[in-house]
Design a protein around this ligand. Structure first.
Ligand code: FAD
Length: 390
């Protein structure tokens, strides 16, 4: 087959952070690019991740701001009231606006957008419904999907995906998990006056973060939420009044309005023709790629959450950009750029916020025999008058 016989030079499956960036850069470099997105342009980050979460986090912080304002001389008439439906619907409108921005941006870059599911038929052919298109290079950027462990009553539980569009906010919630998504939602929901309990099977929160920061954070969290560490959920039962009765492995029984699992996300790799083609996958379904983001099949590449390295938007963006430049770049410097994962700045929009970059203390100790550790504990100037202990 001649190169020009293909419909596209580059076809991207998945219109999330990684796919959008890779397709836009490739089109800018002169490639003929197609992209398929089956659900929502912008992917997880825009629709059910970073963006709505940060908007909810702002919403939740107002509760503290109203309280803190008193120390600064403000008198608020009566208790401020929060309307969930206003927040949810305004958030939905903003996301619809962003979906349109993404579509416009891709089309202006020259990317042909197919708003439907794509499945690989062979290493150069993609099925889009009952149509087929061909491409010289293919990128899988299909992201991940939250998983709920196999426990009795799991059908009554939700994940962050559903929480973003609940019809009504529950009066109480049990959040399961100890990672950043779990602790962020604990802070958000507690701020919105939902009675919040966090259950985590591990002995500390925020694995992978500096242990001292994670420990200090766990103490802060217990000012607004109940925490059960080393604990699992064993059973969920829906009572006749609609409440959920939850049995924990420490024999505690809770009655809550909702149970949300934030216990991990699996790579989205089933049913898109990867196994049939012989693309090598990890046991959890993640696509195995080399340093150039190429799979076991030379013209099929993968970036973002689907390769399960570091599941963050700027990482997916950087991987997508590096891949597009390597495949279609005009100069050697761009083509040779490699991805380095050591110093990824990371923020947790928990209450209080956490930010980190580089090695944690434990990691540093393994690399450097002589280490000086500087530690500072302080209360923000703002809270000297607000009276908040944080
Ligand atoms: C609650 C939550 C909060 C988060 N907060 C942050 C944060 O604050 N900061 C941060 O950096 N990261 C955050 N993340 C992580 C971030 O959203 C992801 O790392 C990022 O979206 C990964 O991008 P991606 O392109 O790999 O996949 P995605 O953004 O998931 O995009 C994949 C896309 O592929 C589409 N797709 C799948 N299969 C097909 C198919 N067969 N055909 C067509 N389309 C298909 C999907 O519909 C989806 O739109 C958060 C995630 C969650 C869940």
């Amino acid at each position: 087959m001649q190169l020009t016989d293909f419909d596209y030079d580059f076809f991207v499956i998945g219109g999330g952070s990684g796919g959008v960036r890779a397709s836009r850069i490739a089109a800018g470099l002169g490639a003929r690019v197609g992209l398929a997105e089956e659900r929502y342009l912008g992917g997880t980050c825009v629709n059910v991740g970073c963006i709505p979460k940060k908007l909810f986090s702002y919403a939740s912080h107002y509760a503290h701001d109203f309280e803190d304002a008193r120390g600064y001389g403000w008198e608020l008439q009566g208790e401020p009231k929060f309307h969930w439906s206003t927040l949810r619907d305004n958030k939905d409108r903003e996301i619809q606006r962003l979906n349109a921005v993404y579509l416009g941006m891709l089309e202006r870059a020259g990317v042909v957008v197919h708003q439907q599911r794509a499945v690989l038929l062979d290493k150069h052919t993609i099925a889009l419904g009952d149509r087929k298109v061909t491409a010289r290079e293919i990128l899988i950027a299909t992201g991940g999907w939250p998983v709920i462990p196999d426990i009795e009553g799991k059908e009554h539980a939700i994940t962050s995906n559903e929480l973003f569009s609940l019809t009504a906010l529950p009066d109480s919630i049990l959040i399961v998990g100890g990672g950043y998504i779990a602790v962020e939602f604990a802070g958000i929901l507690a701020g919105l006056k939902v009675v919040t309990t966090l259950v985590h099977r591990g002995s500390s929160l925020l694995r992978g973060f500096d242990a001292e920061i994670a420990g200090a954070f766990a103490l802060e969290l217990q000012k607004y939420a109940t925490l059960h560490l080393d604990t699992d959920v064993t059973k969920i039962h829906k009572a006749t009044n609609g409440k959920l009765q939850v049995l924990l492995s420490n024999d505690i029984e809770l009655t809550v309005g909702a149970v949300m699992f934030a216990t991990g996300r699996n790579p989205n790799t089933t049913g898109i023709g990867l196994e049939e083609l012989g693309v090598e996958l990890e046991e959890n379904g993640a696509i195995i790629v080399n340093d150039d983001f190429t799979t076991s099949i030379r013209n099929i590449h993968a970036v973002g959450d689907v390769i399960d390295r570091v599941a963050l938007t700027p990482v997916a963006l950087a991987e997508g950009q590096i891949l597009a430049q390597r495949l279609f770049g005009k100069n050697d410097a761009g083509k040779r750029r490699a991805m380095r994962y050591e110093n990824i700045p990371t923020a947790v929009f928990s209450n209080p916020n956490i930010a980190t970059v580089g090695l944690d203390e434990e990691g540093a100790r393994q690399q450097y025999p002589n280490l000086a550790v500087y530690r500072s504990r302080f209360t923000a100037l703002r809270h000297t008058l607000s009276g908040r202990q944080e």
